[in-house]
Ligand binder design. Structure first.
Ligand code: CA
Length: 460
């Protein structure tokens, strides 16, 4: 562990008794005395720009996704699973349980503590394969996966907007390709190899796909020319390779003791003309938010509510559909409970331990509310079925047609999932309550910490 994270070391020392409870059975595994592994393996399959409506089990009538549909049938499908509205911020929030105004998105500093680092400390082998996107898309070694908790890394540090990707393997450059159709199989092959090498567990595999971020492409065997929808072809290829990964868990006898999580980093690209830059060659990923309003970049639901699926046989109820509010922010505190590490105590943590929700001991879950951000601007808050959109918003993203209305907006998501009717005027008490909650939303503490994909040149 790095010296900059010494405070969390102190908090770990304080909790030695509970660590011993974990360490003892772990030691039993390591010494081969035949006791069952008590810490679950964890596999996260994270797609890019896949919309809420872009899976069979989330209502798509055109995409065939038998493997992920089966994953949902064997586990729990979360209808109210939230991420952040764009790539880098979504990843820093996922890895640290901290809103991007704290974890800083593309600009995530070395001092952030990821769940991978914490799991290394309790005996896990860890790998990140695929898109990283929290080191400003540059090889700043101190902010790359090997120094942020992952024993093994293979993938591109950034996105594929330019129709090519440059790989790193650990901290070393590892070639490049402009064959976007090859990426889903490549990452999956690497993931399967790593699983075989680390099957003794416990392990964490974070498989972070480039698809279906534009520029999209699918391999010839997944192209359905008659359908004429490359996006759907690309999702079907993702589903096929997710199936291969799940089959590998079965073949290695790891199905029962592996928690598998599937989700997307943000909503889909919409068909806004601003998205049709020449570099995309017309291959914008025309995903769909299903019944949700807007798309990637927006803080209407389509921007950051995405498919969420979790399977852990015998632990997570099978065939369940949950409408509890749950976020990728909640993974770190939940992993803490499941794997035996302590949540960092030296900094604010925005995630909640959702273990009881996962295990079926709670239906409502641990999360009472959720804050929504676009870039550094706080924009909305949800509590229960109510969602408040703040007035006077300044930021919007070019991916979507939506523009701020300038008014307070209140939506009843239970009865109006598409946020079509602003009911603020009829519910002043709810508006007041949510405005009080909004006043507590975390804010960027230092305006010089604005997050950028590419950091501005240093001032002379
Ligand atoms: Ca994305």
């Amino acid at each position: 562990m790095k010296s900059s994270k010494i405070i969390s070391t102190i908090s770990v020392l304080r909790s030695l008794p509970s660590l011993l409870l974990i360490a003892l059975p772990l030691a039993a595994i390591l010494t081969g005395c035949g006791k069952k592994q008590t810490q679950p393996n964890i596999v996260i399959i994270f797609t890019d720009d896949q919309g809420y409506g872009d899976l069979g089990c989330f209502g798509s009538e055109t995409i065939r996704s038998p493997n992920l549909d089966k994953l949902a049938a064997d586990g729990t499908r979360f209808t109210d699973f939230y991420v952040q509205p764009v790539c880098g911020p979504s990843r820093s929030a996922l890895l640290t349980a901290r809103y991007p105004v704290r974890s800083l998105g593309w600009s995530m500093p070395e001092s952030e503590i990821t769940f991978a680092e914490l799991m290394q400390d309790v005996g896990y082998r860890t790998a990140c394969i695929g898109k990283w996107d929290v080191s400003n898309r540059r090889p700043f070694i101190e902010r790359m996966p090997n120094n942020q908790g992952f024993d093994y890394y293979f993938g591109p540090l950034g996105a594929n907007d330019s129709d090519k990707v440059t790989f790193h393997e650990n901290n070393d450059a590892a070639g490049r390709t402009n064959d976007m159709a090859s990426l889903t199989k490549l990452y999956t092959d690497k993931g399967i190899d790593w699983l075989k090498e680390n099957k003794e567990g416990p392990f964490l595999l974070y498989l972070s796909h480039t698809m279906v971020h534009s520029v999209i492409d699918a391999s010839p065997e997944f192209r359905v020319e008659a359908r004429g929808n490359l996006y759907d072809d690309t999702i079907e290829e993702l589903d096929f390779h997710a199936g291969r990964l799940l089959d590998t868990l079965d073949e290695l006898g790891l199905r029962e003791n592996t928690l598998v999580i599937f989700t997307s980093d943000n909503g889909p690209w919409s068909n806004h003309e601003e998205s049709l830059g020449p570099k995309h060659k017309g291959q914008i990923g025309w995903g769909t938010s299903g019944p949700l309003r807007a798309a990637k970049g927006s803080t209407y639901e389509g921007g950051l509510r995405v498919p969420g699926i979790m399977r852990w046989p015998g632990h997570i109820p099978a065939g369940r559909v949950s409408d509890a509010i749950i976020s990728s922010l909640d993974l770190l505190p939940t992993f803490a409970k499941l794997t035996g590490f302590e949540v960092p105590a030296d900094r604010p943590i925005d995630g909640f331990d959702q273990t009881d929700l996962l295990l079926g001991k709670s239906e409502e879950g641990a999360r009472d509310h959720l804050y929504y951000y676009c870039r550094e601007e706080f924009q909305c808050v949800r509590q229960g079925k109510w969602k408040l959109v703040m007035p006077d918003l300044k930021v919007f993203r070019g991916y979507v047609d939506e523009r701020p209305s300038g008014k307070i907006e209140l939506y009843d998501l239970e009865n109006d999932i598409g946020e079509s009717t602003n009911v603020a005027a009829g519910h002043p008490d709810i508006v007041k309550q949510l405005l009080e909650l909004a006043a507590q939303a975390p804010q960027l503490d230092d305006p010089t910490k604005l997050t950028y994909i590419n950091p501005p040149a240093p001032k002379p």
